[in-house]
Design a binder for this molecule. Structure first.
Ligand code: NAD
Length: 269
């Protein structure tokens, strides 16, 4: 059985940890050559090594700060130079800063840092991916075409307000949703599909470093219909669907993998 990303080339940002790490492994297991981008180069290199050894797929790690346009441009150019094309761009890197708070307490520098990574980084990723995907060589025998799939990681907090504020983070993710929809419309006729992934709260370092007491974790648990936090691999499976041709008629969506969180009104027992 050919993999769902056979012959395709994918860039994953934030590939050294959490969703990005699991997605890189899953994409490779489905036949993709993967470019792993992160500010943590040594950890990304470790994942790339795992991919080449376990799945015998092409995998390279690139140090890239997604908030720097020149670095994102170089990242995409490197992927095309190494593997000849770009079919999937997973703009996944993001931060949730511990000093991100409500409207009164959030410092401007925290706001700017968050926006630069979570929103501007996604814009840069889209910009250079679109330019590369327009030039993709056709190879009908390998089911490779002009265009591609871009996935932008947003969050459930882009859809519902959180009573424990992280204003810059929430605003950045809401903007990712709005930007993604518009980009999807603008580039639909070029064969470029662009979707947002909206994860629920997960057991990854990003959230667990923040929810560092049982009390903090329990405060969230009441809102989770399934009674548990999500796993990064469950997001990776959603991202794989959006990356592959299985979702060939899906663009402009807010794709929720949130365990029902944003759909439910739940009260404690
Ligand atoms: P994580 O902290 O486990 O991994 C994030 C990765 O991004 C790290 O490897 C980090 O080094 C990298 N990174 C940080 N800043 C970067 C930059 N400027 N340039 C390149 N790489 C950078 O986080 P995760 O839980 O896997 O989160 C991934 C995405 O999912 C983020 O966009 C996050 O906002 C979103 N998300 C997470 C949750 C959750 O509960 N964990 C929920 C909703 C959305």
């Amino acid at each position: 059985m050919p993999g769902r990303l056979q012959h395709k080339v994918a860039i994953v940002t934030g590939a050294a940890s959490g969703i990005g790490l699991e997605s890189s492994l899953l994409f490779a297991s489905e036949g993709a050559n993967v470019v792993l981008a992160d500010i943590n180069l040594s950890a990304a290199e470790g994942v790339a090594k795992q991919i080449t050894e376990k799945y015998r797929q092409g995998a390279i790690a690139v140090r890239c700060d997604v908030s720097k346009e020149s670095e994102v441009k170089e990242l995409v150019e490197r992927a095309v130079k190494e593997f000849g094309r770009l079919d999937v761009m997973f703009n996944n890197a993001g931060i949730m800063h511990p000093a991100d708070d409500n409207a009164l307490n959030t410092e401007e520098r925290i706001w700017d840092l968050t926006m630069n990574i979570n929103l501007k980084g996604v814009w840069f990723g889209c910009k250079y991916a679109i330019l590369a995907m327009r030039k993709n060589p056709e190879d009908a025998a390998k089911n490779l075409h002009v265009g591609g799939s871009i996935i932008n990681t947003a969050s459930f907090v882009a859809l519902v307000g959180a009573a424990t504020p992280q204003l810059a983070y929430t605003a950045s993710k809401g903007a990712v949703l709005a930007m993604t929809r518009e980009l999807a419309m603008v580039h639909a006729r070029e064969g470029i599909r662009i979707n947002s992934l909206c994860p629920g709260p997960l057991k990854t370092p990003l959230l667990m470093d923040f929810l560092n007491t049982e009390e903090k974790r329990e405060r969230r648990m009441v809102h989770l219909p399934m009674g548990r936090f999500g796993e990064a691999i469950e997001q990776a499976k959603g991202a794989l669907f959006l990356a592959s041709d299985d979702s060939s008629y899906v663009t402009g969506t807010d794709f929720k993998v949130d365990g029902g969180l944003s759909a439910c009104y739940v009260t404690p027992l």
